[in-house]
Design a protein around this ligand. Structure first.
Ligand SMILES: Cc1cc2nc3c(=O)[nH]c(=O)nc-3n(C[C@H](O)[C@H](O)[C@H](O)COP(=O)(O)OP(=O)(O)OC[C@H]3O[C@@H](n4cnc5c(N)ncnc54)[C@H](O)[C@@H]3O)c2cc1C
Length: 327
């Protein structure tokens, strides 16, 4: 009987990097607890995800390819997840803190009567007790929480698990869930799928991120950042203020309510350095800030700071990088 159940949306056998990281973190936890760990792969043709899940430590892989899941992950996926949890009675259900995990986790916790901790930044076992850390007060403090219920549900942000070398390979059975999920007419049905069009690496994988904020003054600024990012082989990110202005898509948002990234180099352009933004980029190895205000808080966190108008600085940087690359 597994102690930890994880679930991923694995349509067509594909699992996101963030979900794989979550499964890996759960596998590490299971090893320190000495308990079992299963991964539930949901979606049409999800069985194909088993090798990838086992490479990051999943023991048993359970898959559900029920026809109801073809209508989209939300309701049918939750029903399948609840059925698996009812069957396996895990002590902990882990989901990635992505849009799907944020949708499923609190509703699953309600259905199971389980404790829920969202946006976990660190999860570990101390003296046999499972402890979850999460940021509170806009990222200014850390709360450490332990569930008082027999089952807990948690969403894990990237980096929540301890890295302890190579992931241990899981080798349990791969089996079908075996619970029928009949489609209910009131459930939403997926009408169409649009994949994000992005040239170059995604934010989660990028080694270099050039991120823009309200200081760009308009959407055109992101074209200039795109040029610099392309020259550096990186991706473009944004602050929430820039996203709220409609200058950048929501999928580019970095921070507390956006993505958590860990590039080697994070260039923050026209971003003030609010704590809610910094929680999303503080795992970057080097932060470079470009801001015209020498008192901007971002300079307290940046390894290198450039005080000036971003237009001049970014233009000069792009030209220099292109020159160095012989473009
Ligand atoms: C619950 C909650 C969740 C949140 N989640 C997020 C989140 O996920 N991500 C996020 O980013 N924010 C988030 N926020 C918002 C956050 O608090 C800040 O409001 C936001 O990060 C500010 O964005 P900004 O730095 O782009 O804009 P501002 O704070 O307005 O900063 C703009 C900066 O640009 C500089 N500037 C202006 N003109 C120029 C120029 N020409 N050249 C160079 N610099 C210039 C200014 O000096 C200033 O420092 C959240 C807030 C709350 C309450």
């Amino acid at each position: 009987m597994p102690g930890i159940l994880t679930a991923v949306w694995a349509e067509g056998g594909a699992v996101s990097a963030q979900e794989l990281e979550m499964v890996r973190a759960a596998a590490g936890l299971a090893a320190s607890l000495g308990c079992g760990m299963a991964a539930l792969a949901l979606g049409p043709v999800s069985r194909g995800a088993a090798p990838a899940l086992q490479r990051v430590g999943a023991g048993e892989v359970i898959y559900s390819e029920e026809a109801a899941l073809a209508a989209g992950p939300s309701e049918a996926g939750l029903a399948a997840l609840a059925a698996a949890a009812a069957d396996l009675q895990p002590a902990l259900v882990c989901l990635a803190a992505d849009s799907l995990g944020r949708d499923w986790a609190p509703r699953l916790a309600y259905r199971l009567g389980a404790g829920f901790v969202g946006e976990v930044t660190d999860i570990r076992v101390e003296a046999g007790v499972l402890l979850c850390e999460r940021l509170v007060f806009g990222g200014k403090a850390i709360a450490t929480m332990a569930a008082r219920t027999e089952t807990a549900v948690a969403t894990l942000r990237p980096g929540a698990g301890r890295e302890d070398g190579e992931p241990r390979r899981g080798s349990g059975p791969v089996r079908a869930l075996g619970t029928r999920i009949p489609f209910e007419v009131h459930w939403p049905r997926r009408v169409r799928m649009e994949s994000e069009q992005r040239e170059g690496p995604g934010l989660e994988e990028a080694k270099v991120i050039v991120s823009g904020g309200r200081g760009l003054g308009g959407p055109e600024g992101f074209t200039a950042l795109g040029e610099l990012a392309a020259a550096l082989g990186g991706a473009v990110g944004a602050s929430r203020a820039a996203v709220d202005e409609g200058w950048a898509p929501a999928t580019w948002q970095i921070g507390q309510t956006g993505k958590t990234v860990a590039p080697d180099l994070y260039i923050a352009v026209g971003i003030s350095g609010a704590s809610q933004h910094l929680v999303g980029c503080s795992r970057a190895k080097t932060i470079v800030a470009i801001n015209q205000d020498p008192e901007a808080p971002i300079f307290d966190y940046a390894r290198l700071g450039i005080v000036g108008d971003w237009r001049e600085v970014v233009r000069a940087m792009t030209e220099t990088v292109k020159e160095m690359r012989g473009w």
